[in-house]
Design a protein around this ligand. Structure first.
Ligand SMILES: [Zn+2]
Ligand SMILES: [Zn+2]
Length: 420
């Protein structure tokens, strides 16, 4: 137990973290260009926020939350998604009273108690964005365009956008009724989860993965046929703007997304070069959530992408992070009374901005040279006792193999000029 991470969690090791940080960096650049500012919220919140915000008919809230009582007997929950926390912060800091829309992005861990399987974790990571305070369909399209731009810059291509409109509080009740009426004769054939969903949340039956439910849902009424005037106009505009940006999309009437708070537009983006099960990200509009959380009526739209899924996609495509800076110099040192002088040199080189390594195992000269070439060090600095007593070192260029004696007084400046 002591040397095994909890089920559904994973370490990010050197060799993996470089690609991870690169994805974050690319995403941050894109977010900034689109005018989104970063927000970092706590990884736990009051349980009620998620129950109220995400909706207590969802699997996420019913079965997957990491909920615990703290020592003060407060019920807290590790965040199972990013949007509710952003909405809470928007309200707590009165961002609704400033200029709108408020455009925010986040990158961080998310926690869900799921059955671990390939590509699924209990602690996973998402990057996402939210635009609060405007009902402009241009923002729905901006979300889609921005999320695609992140993955385009990472080297993925051939995106397909699935869109649907699931209506609003005005038009959805009639659609839910029509859906229930259609599913009623097939009720006994549905899986247990969908049987429970039938009353409160029949839309979720449309995207159930169980074959019997998918059969039952075939030919079901489509939400787009029940849209009210306002939802219709909004959805038409979304499609018009996607066309204008040259983003190809498909209407997918089975797309409903897993969370209760979505209204109007919902979308998912996949990369066709990745094959099946290839959704990279998803999102949608949530015009009722801010009010549901106790704030003023505030339309909003957002998306989230899984970092682990993105990593897998890059790996499948053989896409590497641009290589990071290697070791500039390895300082070969010997354990003797000059060691303090050698360590001072190492420190001075690092202060000058160089990437410097040295020996900590009192290895032989030969073993240290081997270590230096294993690290691909550009230079090796040999600090023999004799050299140091004359205030010089041996400097070896590992590419050309040329070795020369260099005065300590000029070493730092010279390496900085050559390597920085
Ligand atoms: Zn509507
Ligand atoms: Zn089902």
């Amino acid at each position: 137990m002591l040397v095994k991470a909890p089920r559904g969690t994973a370490d990010l090791l050197p060799g993996q973290i470089e690609r991870w940080r690169w994805v974050e960096e690319v995403a941050r650049d894109v977010f900034r260009q689109f005018g989104y500012a970063e927000i970092v919220t706590p990884i736990f919140e009051h349980t009620e926020l998620f129950e109220r915000g995400i909706g207590d008919t969802t699997d996420v809230v019913n079965k997957q939350m990491y909920t615990f009582l703290d020592r003060g007997q407060r019920s807290l929950t590790l965040r199972p998604e990013g949007t509710a926390s952003v909405v809470r912060a928007y309200l707590e800091h009165h961002m609704y009273s400033g200029p709108q829309p408020v455009k925010l992005f986040y990158i961080g861990p998310i926690f869900r108690y799921e059955r671990p399987q390939a590509g699924r974790y209990r602690q996973f990571h998402q990057l996402g964005a939210e635009a609060l305070g405007s009902q402009d369909p241009a923002l729905d399209v901006e979300m889609i365009a921005m999320s695609i731009e992140i993955f385009r810059r990472l080297g993925l291509a051939d995106f397909l956008v699935h869109i649907n409109s699931i209506g609003c509080e005005v038009c959805r009740p009639a659609y839910k009724d029509a859906l229930r009426a259609y599913l009623q004769p097939k009720l006994d054939g549905l899986c247990r989860t969908c049987f429970e969903r039938y009353e409160k949340n029949p839309l979720r039956i449309l995207d159930c993965k169980v074959a019997a439910c998918q059969d039952a849902a075939k030919g079901a009424p489509r939400s787009v046929d029940y849209l009210c005037e306002s939802c219709r106009e909004h959805f038409d505009a979304v499609q018009k703007y996607l066309d204008a940006l040259g983003i190809s999309y498909e209407l997918n009437e089975m797309l409903v997304r897993g969370l209760d708070y979505y209204t109007k537009t919902v979308f998912e983006v996949e990369s066709r070069s990745l094959g099946a099960q290839s959704a990279l990200l998803g999102g949608g509009r949530y015009d009722g959530l801010v009010e549901e959380c106790g704030g003023p009526s505030t339309p909003a739209v957002g998306f989230a992408a899984g970092m682990e899924r993105a990593m897998l996609a890059l790996e499948e495509q053989g896409i590497q992070a641009p290589s990071t800076r290697g070791v500039d110099a390895f300082v070969v040192a010997f354990a003797n009374d000059k060691r303090g002088q050698v360590l001072a040199l190492v420190h001075q080189l690092r202060q000058a901005g160089l990437v410097v390594e040295t020996d900590y195992l009192q290895r032989s000269m030969k073993a240290q040279m081997k270590a230096a070439s294993r690290m691909n060090a550009a230079r090796v600095i040999i600090c023999g006792e004799d050299e140091l007593s004359r205030d010089v070192v041996q400097l070896r260029d590992m590419t050309s193999g040329v070795q020369e004696e260099v005065p300590l007084a000029t070493l730092v400046e010279r390496l900085r000029a050559e390597l920085c």
